[in-house]
Design a protein around this ligand. Structure first.
Ligand code: ADP
Length: 525
């Protein structure tokens, strides 16, 4: 949607490991696509540079064309590398494809190559491409530890070659991953790794578990970038108080900002979403009921609560859509599976386990209920269906199913132990699912408790603070009694309408990034 244009357009190049929907693992992919689209519509020139992962489905790229063939450096060799252009969801992308084994495999992450070395190579390959083609954007916007070698390469190498204009913004989406790296590994991209082994530069001086022999790529990225952003104001405060990189962040406080992520309302729009069996909006919510019935039937769940009053005979449906990692509150998710059933509700977990132990734990939970094996025809083949139970555990990642579940849900559960920003609660609200969240990071910035009178205007969900099961029960119990004890049949619907109208889009927050970009850009004319 073309809205107001900014008066002084800039050229912004994102350098990233993920981009939704073609190479998305978590929120990073959504954020890059959403922010890029918002800046484009404000009149800026935006490109995204992404590895051409073997797993990317090429038919999702429009106008894919070879742009440049050039050499980029790795470990003493110049590697022939192709740069392609293409359009993904209307956004210009430059794909980098080296002729070595990097970025081969079935998934974005976890290939049989060394990931750290591959992303260091990619960081240099992006700068090399800019140098070879004479491309000098105003801003190079890098993301996460993977790209944190880029500012070192820029300021200590390419800035002395021909790149003068770009300034660098680093967004940290999750501080837990920091890119531990040996001096030798860093040297493979052509820098002298030993000169970064100081407290001021990139020596690993994390407060806990540090390894003084090692470098910390993310720390180097913080030190060498012109501005550092993390993804919510509360997470910014949390990271300044405790955590791996607190002392480094405090030293760099003047250039450290907290900007809440938005959601891409083009991709996440229940009024136009191609994955939904029926569309809906805050004005016309009937389609949501159809989506709920569709998912319940598809999963073999009952849809009528015969024990409830006539007004609320519908069974409350809760969804939890997440990577199954410790950060996301695994013990609270497994507890919720039991407690929601006790409350007579339905919980669908769409979760991808990160390791075999978690996979087995959730499989065991799924095995506690009878598994009939044949998915109903409404839903993607790979979904596991447990028709005799009111709980469903789908052990996978599915973009399509995630859209359907957000649309079907009455409530979305996000019980994270920590959460830099969190998108599930925002997407859930846009699809009329009331969030139930733990008060941490970006969840604390976006969800306000319905029973807290001090900010009734903003009330939009249910919030709990503890990491124990009792705290979660308290929030679930209140959510269910609100759902069931509404005096008027439309009262819950009023809440649904209210949360659907909250603007968590990038229109609201992209301007804060533009301000950061503007504050560091230079003009060389
Ligand atoms: P994180 O980046 O830590 O994974 P976020 O809440 O920032 O968490 O972003 C998660 C994004 O990934 C959301 O768009 C969510 O819908 C999506 N997602 C998470 N798990 C799955 C899954 N199993 N299947 C499909 N989408 C998922």
């Amino acid at each position: 949607v073309d809205g107001e244009k900014d008066s002084d357009p800039m050229h912004i190049v994102h350098v990233t490991a993920e981009m939704a929907p073609i190479a998305k693992v978590g929120g990073l992919g959504d954020v890059v696509t959403g922010l890029a689209r918002a800046c484009l519509s404000r009149g800026h020139k935006v490109d995204i540079m992404l590895p051409l992962y073997e797993c990317i489905q090429k038919q999702q790229i429009n106008e894919l064309a070879l742009l440049t063939t050039y050499n980029s450096y790795h470990d003493g060799n110049w590697v022939p590398t192709n740069a392609y252009t293409g359009l993904v969801s209307g956004i210009p992308v430059i794909f980098i494809e080296p002729s070595n084994q990097f970025f081969k495999g079935q998934n974005v992450y976890g290939g049989s190559y060394n990931e750290l070395e591959a992303y260091l190579f990619f960081s240099r390959a992006c700068l090399e491409w800019m140098q070879v083609t004479g491309t000098q954007p105003d801003i190079i916007h890098i993301h996460e530890w993977q790209m944190s070698g880029l500012p070192l390469l820029y300021w200590d190498m390419y800035h002395y070659l021909s790149l003068q204009k770009p300034r660098i913004v680093l967004t940290i989406h999750n501080m837990e991953h920091y890119g531990e790296c040996t001096q030798e590994q860093l040297s493979k991209c052509g820098l002298d790794g030993s000169i970064y082994a100081t407290v001021e530069k990139a020596i690993d001086d994390r407060t806990i578990g540090h390894n003084p022999e090692r470098l910390c790529l993310l720390k180097g990225g913080i030190v060498y970038s012109n501005a550092v952003v993390t993804v919510s104001p509360t997470y910014l405060q949390e990271t300044l108080c405790s955590g791996w990189l607190t002392s480094t962040l405090i030293r760099n406080r003047d250039k450290y900002f907290g900007i809440l992520n938005g959601i891409d309302t083009t991709m996440w729009n229940p009024a136009t979403d191609v994955f939904l069996p029926a569309k809906f909006s805050a004005q016309i919510t009937e389609g949501k009921e159809i989506c709920k019935l569709f998912v319940q039937r598809g999963l073999g769940l009952v849809s009528e609560d015969i024990s409830a009053s006539r007004i609320t005979r519908r069974v409350p449906l809760v969804v939890c859509i997440t990577r199954l990692v410790a950060q996301k509150g695994l013990h609270l998710i497994t507890h919720a599976i039991k407690h929601v059933e006790e409350l007579g509700g339905q919980l669908v977990v769409l979760g991808k386990a990160s390791n075999g132990r978690v996979e087995r734990e959730f499989e065991a939970l799924a095995d506690m209920v009878k598994y009939l094996g044949t998915p109903k025809k409404y839903l993607p083949e790979s979904v596991h269906v447990f028709p005799d139970s009111e709980k469903v555990v789908a052990r996978q990642t599915s973009e399509e199913l995630s859209h359907m579940l957000y649309a079907a849900a009455d409530m979305v559960l996000v019980p994270s132990i920590y959460e830099p920003c969190g998108l599930a609660q925002m997407i859930g609200m846009r699809y009329g699912a009331v969030p139930i969240v733990r008060k941490t990071g970006g969840l604390a910035d976006t969800v306000f408790d319905m029973d807290d009178q001090s900010h009734a205007e903003m009330a939009n969900g249910f919030v709990f603070e503890g990491i124990d099961e009792g705290s979660l029960n308290w929030a679930l119990d209140r959510a269910f009694s609100h759902y069931r004890e509404m005096n008027e049949p439309n009262e819950w619907n009023d809440i649904v309408r209210k949360i659907m109208e909250i603007d968590n889009s990038w229109n609201n927050t992209a301007g804060k990034y533009i301000d950061v970009y503007s504050s560091i850009r230079v003009r060389l004319d």
